[in-house]
Design a protein around this ligand. Structure first.
Ligand SMILES: Cc1cc2nc3c(=O)[nH]c(=O)nc-3n(C[C@H](O)[C@H](O)[C@H](O)COP(=O)(O)OP(=O)(O)OC[C@H]3O[C@@H](n4cnc5c(N)ncnc54)[C@H](O)[C@@H]3O)c2cc1C
Length: 431
């Protein structure tokens, strides 16, 4: 081992969840270390924010920076039928304060994540890039830190009474501990790329997210970004996208373009600027959200199908709330799993509320328009949930949806691990 260092908290991963957590903990006066595998700025998908990301951005002190940034402002969402017919856009300011919640952003993740990382450093966190966590350390049933390799392959030990796993969909802890639980009903495939010079709206609609349907309940996302760039991707069942044995992401993407006239028209004047990306089997949750000396935040805790762009809102919210819970635990000198019960409950409720709407979206029997036509009083609840206001009781909305579809029960897992593990071993990594 090249070195051994001690902190109050070690964070695995310097993405949005990890840097949010580090900012809050450093602000509370703790010595916090963030270990990030990559050198930033780095590419990442997931570029559209939703209105209720605002409270976390505000808590992190990032609103002025977001306002000064070149990110395209997002005021609305629209849905487009395969024929090309667009719904009336939903403008967030019809329900929320125009100066705060109602205006959000389409970001470039290389820039957005760098802003978050800079913020964590400014707050006092020690952020080390090109440090890959390869081992979780446990002693007497408690997590006590990690081993990471630096860019030269040297191994370093970092010890702390609490470790936060914010490693995104790598989900270091859930994967190493076999806690990762997939969601067979949301086992979709996404293929995406970037265009320049394609047709875009102007004025208040410039930053509008479009969800454009293809037959069989698949959909395109169309996210206008700055510098005339558009992020565009298609999501559907893998069997549908790869029918007739197609495997090449470019060929899959190009075959689907004519299945939505609006997408076809928009892209017709532009040119693809680069790579095609593909990901599969992406919805999952961790069996546990905390253990003794351990908390999971962001995608490392759970990743939900991105149809409603909830990922970053949940990453920032869990980073902030997880860090507050860790602060209380450190203050009490007790970082046992039970301390994270409230945090876990809040995150579980939030993801479950969104998951129920995602299920409804993929059920061909459901159209949100039919739901609000029949139950106009559900309009506000539907809007709030889709905008990311996750703290409310949406049981009346779920009852209304159950007229059309089977609303899934809450998943029974995702809570803190009930019993101390009791095994004193280091969890090795092949990684
Ligand atoms: C196809 C697709 C479309 C999406 N669209 C949207 C969208 O429009 N809007 C939205 O809000 N969300 C979207 N998301 C989700 C969004 O990308 C994630 O929810 C978000 O990035 C989660 O942030 P995070 O900090 O938890 O994880 P990440 O952003 O993945 O950050 C994790 C970090 O941990 C680092 N790391 C991993 N392993 C290690 C290790 N062993 N050691 C050290 N560091 C490590 C990684 O390098 C990474 O920087 C989309 C996701 C997908 C797959």
């Amino acid at each position: 081992m090249k070195s051994i260092e001690t902190f109050d908290c070690v964070v695995i991963g310097g993405g949005p969840a990890g840097c949010s957590a580090a900012t809050i903990l450093a602000g509370h006066g703790h010595r916090v270390l963030v270990l990030e595998r990559e050198r930033f700025p780095r590419y990442h998908v997931g570029e559209s924010l939703i209105p209720f990301t605002y409270p976390s951005l505000d808590r992190l002190g990032l609103v002025p920076l977001m306002r000064q940034s070149g990110f395209v402002k997002k005021y609305s969402v629209q849905f487009v039928a395969p024929s090309g017919r667009a719904s009336q856009p939903f403008y967030f300011y019809e329900r929320y304060d125009r100066e705060t919640i109602a205006q959000t952003w389409q970001v470039l993740r290389s820039e957005f994540d760098q802003i978050l990382m800079n913020r964590a450093r400014d707050a006092g966190a020690d952020v080390r890039e090109e440090h890959k966590v390869v081992e979780l350390l446990r002693e007497n049933g408690k997590y006590v830190g990690v081993v990471a390799t630096d860019r030269d392959g040297e191994r370093h030990e970092f010890r702390a009474p609490v470790t936060i796993d914010a490693s995104g969909r790598d989900a270091v802890v859930a994967t190493r501990n076999a806690w990762r639980r997939g969601d067979p009903k949301l086992n979709k495939v996404a293929v995406w790329t970037y265009y320049e010079g394609s047709q875009r709206d102007s004025g208040v609609d410039e930053g509008q997210t479009t969800v454009a349907f293809i037959p069989d309940k698949g959909w395109f996302w169309h996210i206008p970004q700055h510098n005339d760039r558009v992020s565009v991707g298609v999501v559907a069942d893998g069997k549908y996208l790869t029918r007739d044995g197609l495997k090449d992401p470019k060929a899959i993407f190009e075959r689907e373009i004519p299945s939505n006239k609006w997408i076809q028209d928009r892209l017709s004047t532009g040119r693809c600027t680069g790579e095609y990306w593909l990901t599969a089997e992406y919805t999952f949750r961790s069996e546990y959200c905390a253990d003794d000396g351990l908390v999971l935040v962001g995608d490392a805790y759970g990743f939900l199908d991105p149809v409603f762009s909830s990922g970053l809102m949940l990453a920032l919210k869990s980073g902030v709330a997880g860090a507050d819970a860790v602060h209380q635990a450190l203050k009490a000198g007790d970082c046992s799993a039970a301390r994270f019960q409230d945090y876990a409950g809040m995150m579980h409720r939030s993801i479950e509320n969104m998951r129920k709407l995602v299920y409804a979206f993929y059920d061909p029997k459901v159209s949100f328009r039919s739901v609000t036509d029949r139950f106009p009083e559900m309009n506000a609840a539907l809007t709030d949930c889709l905008s990311g206001d996750m703290e409310k009781d949406y049981s009346a909305l779920h009852r209304a949806l159950s007229e059309w579809t089977d609303v899934p029960d809450d998943l029974p897992f995702g809570h803190p691990r009930p019993e101390p593990a009791g095994v004193a071993v280091a969890v090795d990594s092949k990684g």
